[in-house]
Design a protein around this ligand. Structure first.
Ligand SMILES: [Mg+2]
Length: 265
């Protein structure tokens, strides 16, 4: 049987590398080393504040409305401010300490290694990630992931970020991948899925929290009624999709467990 897909493009953070757990651990260690753990009160509360601040600022960074330098400093200064324990050192000191710990964390998303072992040798596999180059390579190396990927495309190096078309185009061309047999797998609807959809390759949306069990693992066209049934539960999904329905020739699948990849490929 010929395979429909030959080239698989994975997002890294929270699709393979467990960013949520690893950043929680890395920031804890960094704050401990800086003797700030005693200052902040509850670490869980602080981390929640930080995550929200970081996500909002990353959005601005992705849109080109904030530089990397400002993002790096402000995410910590603002978090400490919001936690009502303002920093008496610069945000860049915390950022440096955090980024030093980050790539040393090696937790993977459940099932990731097993799935990568299976795909290895059977498919051409690459990473497309938005992130800082100084940490993304180290994460992959320290987590013993290098062997699985023929190429690693990092937004900062390419000068373009997901969901923009350019990074997908660059990656697909560099891999000599036919678009019709390329597949993007990622956990971010707005960044990975809509980006790949607009570029014109099929996608698998990995969402471990999704509740639409009956639909999991099936491919849908964006003009398929069933997909709108699935996505109406989360209003902004469908609003986004409406824009691409007319020119679509790609399809989307949803999985809640990476192992489902092996079943549907
Ligand atoms: Mg991700």
């Amino acid at each position: 049987m010929t395979k429909k897909y030959t080239h698989l493009f994975f997002d890294l953070d929270n699709t393979i590398w467990d960013f949520n757990s690893n950043s929680f651990d890395a920031l804890y260690i960094a704050l401990d080393k800086l003797q700030l753990l005693g200052v902040i009160g509850s670490y869980d509360t602080f981390f929640k504040i930080y995550s929200e601040v970081n996500e909002r600022l990353w959005d601005l960074y992705r849109q080109g409305m904030m530089t990397k330098k400002v993002l790096s400093v402000q995410r910590f200064e603002e978090s400490f401010e919001k936690n009502e324990t303002p920093l008496n050192i610069g945000g860049e000191v915390v950022n440096d300490a955090y980024l030093a710990e980050m790539p040393l964390q090696t937790k993977l998303v459940e099932g990731a290694r097993k799935v990568l072992d299976y795909l290895h040798g059977r498919y051409e596999v690459a990473i497309i990630t938005n992130g800082f180059k100084e940490v993304q390579y180290d994460k992959i190396q320290k987590s013993d992931l290098s062997k699985y990927f023929r190429k690693i495309f990092i937004s900062e190096e390419i000068g373009a970020q997901k969901p923009g078309r350019q990074i997908f185009e660059y990656a697909v061309k560099s891999m000599n991948a036919p678009k019709r047999s390329s597949l993007m797998i990622g956990d971010s609807w707005d960044v990975d899925i809509v980006g790949a959809m607009k570029f014109g390759i099929d996608q698998i949306y990995y969402n471990p929290k999704i509740e639409y069990a009956a639909w999991l693992g099936q491919f849908f066209s964006t003009n398929n009624q069933n997909l709108s049934d699935i996505l109406t539960g989360t209003p902004h999904f469908f609003d986004q999709l409406q824009k691409y329905i007319s020119k679509r020739s790609v399809s989307t699948a949803i999985i809640s467990d990476l192992h489902q990849l092996i079943e549907i490929l």
